[in-house]
Structures are given as C-alpha cells and as structure tokens.
Design a protein around this ligand. Structure first.
Ligand SMILES: *Cc1c(COP(=O)(O)O)cnc(C)c1O
Length: 379
C-alpha cells in the first residue's frame, strides 16, 4: 500500500511519526559522529516522542534537556545514554533532582554557577558548563534569535569572569536556527576570536542546535572538517545538539475536511488547528506542505484552510488542488514530527491529535490516544 493510503485510513486528527524517515536522519547524524568521534545529542525540545527513544539511542550519544521534565523523560526512556541539561535558570528543588540524573549541566550565568557551585562540586561525576553568547547570529526572526539585543541567553564576553572557571569543564553556544555549515563557520570565527583562550582551558565545546544536518543540500563535509579542527586545535571534545535535524521530515499530521464555504474565495475548515496543533505555523510563521497540493492558484482549485477554533487567525494557509475538495477528504501535512507534539495545546477545547507510529515495515501502531479527560485534567 502507498504511504498516503495507509495514512488516510487513520482517524483524524493524528500525528504520524515516520520511522523510516527518522532512521534516514539518524544514519546521517551517526555518520558525522563516527567520522569525527564527536557526540550528537537529541534536543528534546523539538521532539520528545519517547516511543522512538530506544531507536534514537542506537544512533546518538544521548539527549539534551531544557529542564527537569525533559531530563527525567530521557532518564526514564532512553536508558543508559548521556543526559545534558541547559536552563536559563534552575530552581533549587529541580537542581537537586537534576544532580541525580544528568551527566552534564550547563549554566546560563555566573550568578547561577555561584549559586549552585558548592552543591555541584560535591558531584565529581558530573561535568559543568557555561553558555556563552558570542553576540553573533544570522537569525532574522527575532523570537528565535538568542543574540538579539538584551538577550537573556548566554554570557557575553563583557560579563565573562575569567577567574571563576574553577569547576567548569565546558562552554556551550546556541545561536543557530535551521542553518547550514557556512553559518556555523562564520559563527565559530566569532566564538573563537572572543572565547578561544577560554575554550583551550575546557574539556568540551557544545555547538548547540539549529544545524540543518539531515536536510538535503547540507554541507556535511564542511561540518566534519570544523568539528575535527576544533577538537585538534583546542584539545576539546565537541557536542552538537540538534532537534530539527533528528526529526525533520519524519512525520505527518493527517486531517479531514469538515466543511466548505465561500467568502471572496473558497474556504475549507479542517479538523486540525494551526493555533493548537501546529503553533509554529503562526509563530514562525511558515506554510506547511500538504501532499499533492500546490501554491495558491498553481493548480485548478484553490482553498484557504482554517481550523475549527474561534480564533479568526487560525489559518493554515492557501493551497491548490487538481480536484475540488469534498467534505470527508483527508489531507496530509508533511514535516510534522518536530515542534508539533511538544507544543500543542487544547485551546478552545480542541482535542489533541492522537499519535501513531508508521513503522519501517509499513504497519501502523497507535502510540497514544487523547480524549476529553486530557483537556479537563489540565484545568
Ligand atoms: C532549541 C535548542 C536546540 C535545538 O535546536 P534545533 O533548531 O531544533 O536544532 C538545541 N540547544 C538549545 C540550547 C536549544 O535552545
């Protein structure tokens, strides 16, 4: 059966994780790991569908977490792999828990490092790091730019305390978003110029996420060259912690057309919501692709697709099709594994989409079904 036919049989709305596509991405990441002997970690912020963690564990060195919950999830579901954590600020109670399950803990400021230093140093089995802000990024969307003016993320060179590095074994920067190896090259130039003499004192340097490594056209050889050079020149281990590159193009969101109306143009209401089920469509913003569709006006029948919420702006985008849509038709959004399940919500009493796994052998497995209780229990 064709992939589309399998997906169209599932009850909607549902996310479907595509195991074969995930493996494709993981193979690419693993080859970078093997060619450079660096460590690659899954950034769980982008993708936390833990049913696939045992699979991911076969390819990557472990995970990174944004706080206690993600760290716990990795601890419970990924078994014996590395767990890194970075948070802009830790709470005392959380930190005690993190000390039990993490092997790398990264601080966002010298004041946080000072606050937790004594507790930290009682754990020689854990490595501690600092996030730096090199003040250089090529991200144009402001809410995704950690180097924007007055950013709270990372320590700038002006605020870097050379004499407080005792107990710190690594530096971390995260300044990229969906970018190529050429952006990393220009970023490293600034990082090295500003922080190079501190990197020399470290055991590791973490390049953060935002590397589009498994996307077509990414210059993997260039990345490999840079990782090798940094390792050699500074005598450090290198970590990379992509989210997107693990889960890019590795999932779908299947929806059903509920109604067709007209107001200056053809409108279609579907049983999935941009605001609730794919919030990046509104936040980023971007237009997700639908299998078999074209840009507005490209094919014969154009529709504006909107969700079933009361939010006027809950619009997914304008799409054209070869045949007119009918109520009951299934539409399949692509690239819906990342920043979707981890960000969705039940605004307007919207149901959460179920989660399926499309296995490499073509069969599907229900991972999780959601219902009314999931809405009620959060309120
Ligand atoms: C978001 C984030 C990542 C992952 O970024 P991707 O763009 O999904 O690769 C990694 N590290 C940190 C610190 C992040 O905030």
């Amino acid at each position: 059966m064709r992939k589309e036919e399998i997906l169209e049989k599932l009850p909607t709305p549902c996310y479907v994780v595509d195991e074969a596509a995930l493996i494709h991405n993981l193979e690419i990441l693993k080859s970078v790991r093997e060619k450079t002997d660096c460590h690659i970690l899954l950034a769980q912020k982008a993708y936390s569908c833990y049913r696939t963690y045992p699979l991911i564990a076969q390819y990557l060195s472990g995970t990174t977490a944004s706080g206690l919950f993600e760290a716990k999830l990795a601890h419970e579901e990924m078994g014996n792999r590395q767990i890194h954590v970075f948070s802009p600020a830790y709470k005392d109670a959380d930190f005690d828990e993190l000390l039990k399950i993490c092997d790398h803990i990264v601080f966002n400021s010298f004041s946080q490092w000072r606050h937790f230093r004594e507790k930290a140093l009682a754990h020689p089995e854990i490595q501690f790091g600092l996030r730096i802000n090199p003040g250089y990024s090529e991200i144009e969307t402001k809410i995704y730019d950690p180097c924007a003016e007055n950013s709270r993320l990372g320590i700038t060179l002006e605020n870097f305390m050379e004499n407080e590095l005792d107990g710190i074994s690594g530096l971390h920067f995260h300044t990229m978003c969906e970018q190529g190896a050429d952006t990393l090259e220009r970023t490293l130039e600034v990082v090295e110029k500003k922080f190079g003499k501190y990197i020399r004192k470290m055991k590791w340097l973490n390049f953060g996420g935002g590397h589009h490594i498994s996307k077509d056209g990414y210059d993997t050889e260039k990345l490999i060259g840079m990782v090798r050079r940094i390792k050699e020149e500074y005598g450090v281990q290198v970590y990379i912690e992509p989210g997107e590159a693990v889960a890019i193009n590795a999932g779908f969101l299947v929806t059903t057309v509920l109604d067709l109306t007209e107001n200056g143009m053809e409108l279609a209401i579907v049983d999935t919501s941009a605001a609730c089920h794919m919030p990046d469509v509104l936040e980023m913003p971007y237009r997700p692709f639908i299998l078999g569709s074209g840009e507005a006006g490209e094919k014969k029948y154009t529709y504006r697709l909107g969700g079933p919420t009361c939010l006027a702006g809950d619009i997914i985008g304008d799409y054209s099709f070869d045949e007119p849509l009918s109520v009951g038709d299934k539409l399949i959004f692509t690239d819906m594994a990342m920043y979707s399940m981890v960000k969705n919500n039940t605004f307007n009493g919207m149901p959460l989409p179920d989660i399926y796994l499309l296995k490499a052998d073509g069969t599907t497995d229900l991972i999780k079904k959601f219902g009314y209780e999931d809405f009620k229990s959060r309120l």
